[in-house]
Design a protein around this ligand. Structure first.
Ligand code: PLP
Length: 393
């Protein structure tokens, strides 16, 4: 008998993938220019030139046996050194290459970190709305997922709700800022309060509670800064990814950084290495490792995302939608004009507007609109959004 739970996961696509596949079908049926696909967070900005130039040079100049060969299981040492230096210079935080583990993107970083930390019966807290795969990763690691809804007023943490949710079984809390799907960035004040609460609870229960900081959108921010959580809270693992910042989502590259301030950080790192091994996530793609090692300081060009964000959020607000103002990432979180966001998304399909209902993100009544698309797609979609809201007036 096969593993029915896995078969179930394989058969049921995520709601995002479902709409993404539907968009492909519709494009074939009615032409790409008539479909307004806002479903998936595939960066629309090209990979920065320094990154593609570096890849080309590595392919031309580096010994191919080295370039395409296995690295150390945890990643090439020179690459991990370069990333550690980058963390030190950017955040003024002491980083040790021996606490960095190269991965195939944030998804791998998360699942490795969760497997490294969780024992059967542990609880992992997620702040809703949250990336739906957290549930899959946490449950596979043996944890129960505990959802804590953020405050609807600004999508910062609801500390009263969080305090109630932390128990002696809490092993970790996943923090994702800038957030998918709201675009909210947790302020320094929020992170300080979070650190205070978790330290208090650790003392009270005599346990270790880890923050897993999921950071694929760290570089995608508009006029705000994203606090570096290891500076505020000792028990932190950073799950970083280059998918969105360097427009490399298909290449699968990122890393885990275990804070040196964690109690027994070398044991936690050993557990990360062990989980990577047990899950088959060793030796992240070598060409990509060498590339990011040389491009650790490359930043994305945010011009198009900023323009898209402003155009979409200003126009939708003007038409009468309630929009959560996003400080980062490339998602707009919009209140559904009817209670059932699924019904609203079905209605939007009449206009070929493909939006994602918020239910699977652990928060009902909203839709997520990815604005990592060409600006002209937004321009052509705006009259459709206008007509759609008119139906509710
Ligand atoms: N975490 C969040 C919040 C995401 O939005 C995504 C991808 O969209 C991931 C993790 C996975 O990222 P990666 O492509 O680096 O695995």
């Amino acid at each position: 008998m096969i593993n029915e739970k896995m078969a179930g996961l394989g058969k049921k696509r995520s709601v995002i993938r479902e709409i993404f596949e539907y968009a492909k079908l519709r494009r074939a049926e009615i032409g790409a220019e008539n479909v307004f696909d806002f479903s998936i967070g595939n960066p629309s900005v090209p990979t920065p030139k320094k990154v593609t130039d570096t890849m080309e040079r590595l392919i031309k100049e580096k010994d191919p046996v080295m370039l395409h060969g296995y690295t150390s299981a945890q990643g090439d040492l020179a690459v991990r050194r370069a990333i550690a230096e980058h963390i030190e210079s950017k955040f003024g935080f002491n980083a040790n290459p021996d606490l960095i583990y190269m991965t195939c993107g944030a998804a791998a970083s998360l699942t490795i970190s969760l497997n490294a930390l969780v024992n059967a019966g542990d609880e992992v807290i997620v702040l809703a709305p949250f990336f739906p795969e957290y549930r899959v990763f946490a449950e596979k690691a043996g944890a129960s997922l505990i959802e804590v809804l953020c405050k609807e007023s600004d999508f910062q943490i609801d500390f009263a709700a969080l305090e109630n949710a932390v128990t002696e079984k809490t092993k970790a809390i996943i923090v994702n800022s800038p957030n998918n799907p709201t675009g909210a960035v947790f302020s320094e004040e929020t992170i300080i309060k979070l650190a205070f609460l978790l330290n208090k609870k650790q003392m009270e229960y005599g346990t270790e509670i880890y923050i897993i900081s999921d950071e694929p959108y760290r570089e995608l921010v508009y006029d705000v800064t994203v606090p570096y959580i290891p500076k505020y809270y000792d028990n932190t693992l950073v799950c970083y990814s280059y998918s969105k910042s360097l427009s490399l989502p298909g290449e699968r590259i990122g890393y885990i950084f275990v804070s040196p301030n964690i109690n027994n950080s070398t044991d936690v790192y050993a557990a990360v290495c062990g989980a990577g091994r047990a899950l088959g996530f060793v030796c992240a793609p070598s060409l990509l490792q060498y590339t990011v090692g040389e491009c650790a300081d490359v930043l994305p060009d945010l011009t198009v995302y900023r323009k898209n964000r402003d155009l979409l959020s200003n126009s939708l607000t003007e038409y009468g939608y309630t929009v959560v103002p996003p400080d980062g990432a490339f998602y707009l979180f919009v209140k559904s004009p009817e209670e059932d966001a699924n019904a609203f998304c079905e209605r939007a399909k009449k206009y070929e507007l493909l939006l994602v209902p918020s239910d699977d993100f652990g928060c009902k009544g909203y839709v997520r609109i990815c604005y990592c698309v060409e600006t002209k797609q937004i321009e052509r979609a705006l009259p459709k959004f206008k007509a759609l809201i008119e139906e509710y007036k």
